[in-house]
Design a binder for this molecule. Sequence first.
Ligand code: NAD
Length: 506
Amino acid sequence: MSTAPETTTAAPLIGHVINGQRVLDGGRTQPVYNPATGEVIRQVALAETDTVTSAIAAAETAFPEWRDTTPLSRARVMFRFKGLVEKHAETIVALITEEHGKVLDDARGELQRGIENIEYACGAPELLKGEHSRNVGRGVDSWSEHQPLGVVAGITPSNFPAMVPLWMYPLALICGNTFVLKPSERDPSAALFIGELLKEAGLPDGVFNVIQGDKTIVDLILKSQDISSVSFVGSTPVAKYIYEQSARNLKRVQALGGAKNHLVVMPDANLEQAVDGIIGAAYGSAGERCMAVSVAVAVGDIADELVEKVNYKAQTLKVGPWTDLESEMGPVISKEHKEKIENYITQGAEEGAKLISDGRNYKIQGYENGYFIGPTLFDNVKKDMRIYKEEIFGPVLSVIRVNNFDEALQLINDHEFGNGTSIYTRDGDVGRTFANKIKIGMVGINIPIPVPVAYHSFGGWKRSLFGDQHMHGPEGVRFYTKLKTITSKWPTGLTSDPDFIMPTLN
Ligand code: NAD
């Protein structure tokens, strides 16, 4: 895929999909911006209460029949869905880039990682097989099966408008649930477009619904007695809120939050590889990935050379709009977010970190109103600084210097976030010890962004995930189903004596 995508013909007002139909309810709207130019390119409708109620009702009505379909027929819907997503890939990629701002190849990568989840869901009959034990007692058999939860909801973030929804609903649907998706209101078009392909793939109306909106709509989802579970991905304060409110309303919940991912460079590391890994992971997607590397931990005497090389490469990065096919890093998502990141840079300098490369006031000719920030690099960052403690979610890399491996380990384990981390070393023992002892959900060894593939599961530890189960993969099947265990006997005689003791089945 190397050419520019076809242009999109999306409607200026982005609505909802309920019961297989596009719906506009005439309520509040909110602008959707092109982050590269700062222009309003569409408006998104923020759902009214009645719209949310009818989306949930449509999902509830569709549930009994969908639950009773065979896993094989659900898998076949997913096969057709995958084909359609691939057929329309360039349109979807254009929608992602127009509203999010990430560069074209990055959007293609995002979509590809999303498609992997559809592929995994195509294994529905295998994934839902359950377990069987013959003769748990004489003439008694027992089996455990996965049954769907009912109507389930997904609330997704702005930074992966296509991939994160696809982490959720392909699996939820093949498990026999019906779904209500609320995409990010900042870049809602890609999720809506992809979701509508499900109908074309043969999914019955009402099984999958999309409602657009903000916190007001999220609160309606959280309070609904008809929604059984909530899958959330977004920032940590909202993830915590979602977790607490879902639990209060007796819902199953998985709420994935923010991050501060460290990449450790040991003195024996292949420095060129480590630097390339850092550059892509810190500045790719303008640092707006939950698995972005925002802290490089330089161990021992490697620090000076590391900082020099990272700075050199950061300066050569091509920052620009997605329409320029050579751009390697695009703008950040919004004007407010740009200001927030620039405030962090100001604060880092005031706190005493050494600002090696300053991305504030970054201007690109012809795109003066875009939300661009240049690659920013701090050295000598200390662990009590706000730029170290908090998630910045932008193209800002902090280098922190430590004396040895144990200090690096302790530093990372003490941090409140626990999403991803990585170590660059040529020593297998060091790599293995790191993987064993680190209190982080996803670990890379000489891999800068260790995002699990679709057939493993994705999730952090500590304040990067509230809930018990990670997302997609085997954990996703467990999240979207409840286990039922059936014990069965077919007696040959007509009578039997009552039992007054705990059944022992032997
Ligand atoms: P966000 O928390 O602002 O929004 C996420 C979703 O929550 C959106 O759908 C939004 O409408 C809704 N929302 C926002 N504020 C709310 C509130 N007060 N109450 C209820 N709902 C609310 O996140 P974002 O800026 O869209 O995405 C970036 C964040 O997501 C970063 O913190 C990033 O680390 C995180 N993220 C985490 C993962 C992960 O897997 N852990 C993946 C992607 C993004």
